[in-house]
Design a protein around this ligand. Structure first.
Ligand SMILES: Cc1cc2nc3c(=O)[nH]c(=O)nc-3n(C[C@H](O)[C@H](O)[C@H](O)COP(=O)(O)OP(=O)(O)OC[C@H]3O[C@@H](n4cnc5c(N)ncnc54)[C@H](O)[C@@H]3O)c2cc1C
Length: 306
């Protein structure tokens, strides 16, 4: 990391950033981009190495597309022109549209590209940097205009403002006091398929109303890989896992070995939950900003980050 972009706190020799962003998903990359374009000195801290995998369907709706940085080229894997609906595998109907309904991307590629835009705008990226906590008072904080960001290895970074974009298990959200109303478990498999199967799905998604209240499943085609997932209220882990297995089997995809199988909790904020505390604010999943029915979150991450 270069600290040339940061001021020195007088008498202490420590660099102080205008904005430290924690987490380099769509929310963090979007926040870092917006602050850098506004002329701020920005440090973007990410615990993973990039590109990193994120359990996600990668569905890009209009508001997501409209919130991208100017000139950003969406790395679309498919364009959706048809939706097949079913109810737990029955009553199947397909609706087609001449207009593209939404686009599909792979998150590692999409997220890495967003981070590149933030870097080109002047943000400094540091990967492999896990944030443990933030402090707004106390010995690590030189003055009232500064926040201390403490990393897992004990290093402290100073900032005028901190943006918590560290996802649905956010530490910064806990500091701000974000309260969640709804917690769901999403399970997903990335399934490589032969060309004949891929052709059958090209340009078409499947949405299946699931057997548990509020649950649903999806198939999102991305060329020679199908992203197949289900989501349901947390606390029904075994039933959710069974739903995904049944769903995959019903679709005739059980014979193909998933390249990735993963799970992730999604959290939706309570209406009166805070979004900031002092000089620390949260965005995206860290703030619980997610559409509670579809659990669409990329558009919320991009817009709230900005
Ligand atoms: C199964 C499933 C399917 C979904 N499908 C869709 C979909 O099709 N379309 C859609 O719009 N949304 C979808 N979503 C929601 C979407 O994935 C999220 O809303 C979106 O990723 C939120 O972006 P974010 O930047 O807030 O968080 P994230 O993408 O989770 O990024 C957070 C980043 O912070 C980093 N981080 C975490 N903790 C720390 C720390 N302590 N220090 C440093 N870095 C840290 C993480 O490594 C990560 O890179 C889906 C979610 C799930 C679970």
């Amino acid at each position: 990391m270069s600290s040339e972009n940061a001021d020195a706190v007088s008498g202490q020799g420590e660099p102080v950033w205008d904005v430290v962003v924690v987490g380099a998903g769509p929310a963090g990359a979007s926040a870092a981009y917006a602050a850098a374009v506004a002329g701020r000195r920005v440090l973007l801290l990410e615990k993973a190495e990039l590109p990193r995998y994120k359990t996600c369907g990668g569905g890009i709706i209009g508001p997501s597309r409209d919130a991208l940085p100017p000139g950003f080229e969406l790395p679309l894997k498919d364009r959706v022109h048809a939706v097949t609906f079913s109810m737990n595998g029955r009553l199947t109907r397909t609706r087609r549209s001449r207009r593209m309904l939404f686009g599909l991307i792979n998150r590692p590629e999409f997220d890495a590209s967003l981070v590149e835009h933030a870097e080109k705008a002047g943000a400094v990226l540091r990967t492999g940097a896990t944030v443990s906590r933030v402090e707004q008072h106390g010995p690590a904080v030189p003055d009232r205009r500064t926040v201390a960001v403490v990393l897992a290895d004990g290093e402290t970074v100073l900032a005028r403002a901190v943006v918590g974009a560290d996802g649905s298990a956010s530490r910064i959200g806990a500091h701000v006091g974000v309260r969640m109303d709804q917690v769901d478990l999403g399970l997903e498999a990335e399934i490589p398929v032969p060309a004949t199967v891929a052709e059958d799905w090209a340009g078409r998604v499947l949405i299946d109303w699931g057997p548990m209240p509020g649950s649903y499943g999806w198939v999102f085609p991305k060329g020679d890989v199908l992203t197949v997932g289900v989501i349901s209220a947390r606390g029904e882990g075994a039933a959710t896992k069974r739903y995904l297995e049944d769903f995959i089997a019903r679709l005739g995809l059980a014979g193909f070995e998933p390249a990735v199988s993963s799970g992730h909790l999604t959290r939706c904020r309570a209406d009166d939950s805070p979004l900031s505390r002092g000089r620390v604010l949260v965005c995206g999943d860290a703030a619980g900003l997610l559409e509670p029915w579809t659990r669409e979150g990329i558009s919320f991450a991009l817009r709230s980050g900005r």
